[in-house]
Design a protein around this ligand. Structure first.
Ligand SMILES: *Cc1c(COP(=O)(O)O)cnc(C)c1O
Length: 400
């Protein structure tokens, strides 16, 4: 067998800090590496695998669609994309969908739509207010919206027109708003920033401010969407509907896809030729998304996911009670993080992996858990046991 890790080091760009596991196969919450080791996968492809690995409904949809037609381009109509748009529109209360292939592309589409709208409706307004610790993607527009200097600085100068204000600070948004402002864009829960919850009333406050100013409220639900936080969209917890929403990660159960949804009067500002994507709404991806949504929207599915989430939170809180290294459990649904008293999350991740659990060091002092929404109670208990052992090992090492 080749040394896959050496081959990767030889042939790929070295832009990722990968964990030393070569995943070969997955089923539900389980993954196996090329040495045959079994893992509980609580990374879930970074909040992508909402139904776990290779869910039979997704596999079937992909196989059947692949045999029928894979790709048609947007020079023609195709049925899976149209059906998917209807499902998303009806579920979100927004009016229209545009499809692309990733989160960053969805955010790019939202940025361009906001600019197009601002040009037409608000006297050329083009600025977008975003927040510190946000993550919106890696292409130049979405990177320019991202409030993280580590990602931004190597690529300056960035796209102008973004005002980055402190997260959870409504007054800062108000102060940054001007006649140039077209939109405010936030994640309803910050994912990559460390699973940071919105302060009570923050999202509602943004909604109210945007309404009063006549500017757009954009939610980047790339990570929080598709049941990840316990409701189909995270905005539903607060009853604060955005004007435009970006989706990607979990939408097609592992197949690349992105989307924006928008109110009709806003979507109307993308006229023919304004924006597009060769692969966007690809029949294969749309079929996978329809199958994924059918499962996630099935009666009782999200209710069960919320119960399982509570079980996981209870277990994590018990770990916190027993271990001073743990300084808080945050997040919602199946998007959770364990805060740590010092910058040792990479060690906790290593110790967990050695014991058969995959998790992610989202911040130097926080470990993120993103299991499938249908993770079993047994797997939650097993993962919590492993995580506690890993934390105890790091705690013990730190005490020496
Ligand atoms: C992951 C993520 C993105 C970028 O998605 P890609 O598919 O990696 O381009 C954008 N916004 C949020 C909130 C994300 O979590």
């Amino acid at each position: 067998m080749p040394d896959w890790i050496a081959e990767e080091h030889r042939y790929l760009f070295q832009n990722y800090g990968r964990q030393p596991v070569v995943i070969e196969r997955g089923s539900g919450t389980r993954a196996w590496d090329t040495d045959g080791n079994e893992y509980l996968d609580f990374v879930g492809g970074v909040a992508v695998n909402v139904l776990g690995h290779s869910h039979p409904a997704v596999v079937r949809a992909i196989s059947e669609q692949a045999a029928r037609v894979i790709h048609t381009s947007n020079l023609f109509y195709s049925t899976p994309m149209i059906e998917l748009a209807r499902v998303l529109v009806e579920a979100s209360g927004l009016d229209r969908a545009f499809f692309c292939n990733s989160g960053t592309e969805a955010v790019e589409a939202a940025i361009k739509l906001a600019r197009r709208w601002g040009r037409d409706v608000r006297d050329g307004a083009f600025e977008i207010i975003t927040t510190t610790d946000s993550f919106h993607g890696r292409t130049m527009g979405s990177l320019s919206a991202t409030g993280n200097a580590r990602y931004r600085e190597p690529f300056e100068p960035l796209v102008p027109g973004f005002r980055i204000v402190p997260w959870n600070d409504l007054d800062a948004v108000r102060a940054a708003t001007s006649s140039q402002t077209a939109a405010v864009m936030v994640e309803p829960i910050q994912g990559e920033g460390g699973v940071n919850m919105p302060a009570p009333g923050y999202l509602a406050g943004l909604r109210d401010w945007c309404d009063r100013q006549g500017i757009l409220l954009i939610f980047d639900e790339v990570q929080t969407g598709i049941g990840r936080t316990g409701t189909l969209f995270a905005f539903q917890h607060d009853g604060v509907r955005p004007d435009v929403m970006a989706l990607a990660k979990g939408l097609a159960g592992g197949v690349p896809i992105g989307a924006i949804l928008a109110r009709d009067d806003i979507a109307a500002h993308f006229v023919k030729g304004d924006h597009g994507s060769t692969f966007g709404g690809n029949a294969l991806a749309a079929a996978a998304a329809l199958a994924t949504l059918r499962e996630v929207m099935a009666p009782g599915f999200l209710e069960t996911a919320r119960e399982r989430s509570q079980r996981l939170i209870d277990r994590l809180q018990a770990i916190e009670d027993r271990h001073p290294l743990v300084t808080g459990i945050r997040g919602r649904g199946m998007l959770l993080a364990v805060g740590l008293a010092r910058e040792c999350s990479a060690e906790v991740v290593d110790e967990a992996r050695r014991r058969g659990l995959l998790v992610n060091n989202v911040r130097p002092n926080a470990v993120r858990l993103m299991p499938p929404l249908n993770v079993s109670e047994d797997d939650i208990d097993r993962a919590a046991d492993i995580l506690e052992a890993a934390i105890a090992a790091v705690e013990g090492a730190g005490a020496k």
